[in-house]
Design a protein. Structure first.
Length: 204
């Protein structure tokens, strides 16, 4: 899987569909002392006011996606890219190379025996070749939709469009070496994380 079989520490790519529980799983690994590098966190940092990526987004998409405080209107951007494939691809072209470079920078300096690198779109990402192993967080699509509706998604139809714009559940599972089922309780998920933590320590 990885580009460098001699590299250390061991790298685990954590992926999963939207609202599958990736952040909860990443937090559980972090609580065990594992270094977690999250591409969503990096993406938010890249679009802060004054960052070059935000300037590129403003140039491509216009002033309507910048709010009164000079920040990216994330809700408006999310609605746009999940409704328009061309807009989504243009946004990815602006952000993904920068995200990849920052992931590698953080990975080079992170401590510990292994790292968790959270990449929601790992199926189609060049970072797939950067990790040694893939862990997919999986849950039923109805569970994802219910969680999206509890967040900021307005309708079931909008939630289904968001899911359709991502890699399929089957594609994610096809690249996975390990799978965490996140349909149950947090305790169930935590036990799966602890078991994988022991396994990854051995592999690393």
């Amino acid at each position: 899987m990885t580009e460098d079989h001699e590299q250390h520490p061991f790298r685990v790519g954590l992926t999963g569909g939207i609202a599958s529980g990736k952040s909860s799983v990443a937090d559980l690994f972090a609580a065990l002392g594992v270094a977690v590098i999250d591409t969503d966190v990096i993406a938010r940092e890249l679009v802060q006011p004054g960052e070059a990526a935000l300037g590129d987004i403003q140039q491509r998409f216009g002033e309507s996606l910048i709010d009164a405080t000079g920040n990216l209107d994330r809700a408006a951007m999310r609605k746009l890219v999940f409704a328009d494939d061309c807009a989504r691809l243009d946004l990815e072209a602006i952000l993904h190379p920068r995200i990849g470079a920052e992931v590698k920078r953080q990975a080079a300096t992170a401590a510990g025996h292994y790292q968790i690198i959270v990449v929601p779109l790992l199926v189609s990402s060049p970072l797939l070749k950067f990790v040694n192993r893939v862990l997919a967080v999986d849950c039923d699509e109805d569970t994802q939709i219910a969680r999206l509706l509890l967040r900021d998604t307005e309708t079931v139809e909008q939630a289904r469009r968001i899911l359709a714009a991502q890699a399929s559940r089957e594609d994610r599972l096809a690249i996975a070496d390990d799978v965490i089922s996140n349909d149950g309780t947090l305790d169930d998920t935590a036990e799966q994380v602890r078991e994988l933590h022991r396994q990854y320590l051995t592999l690393s």
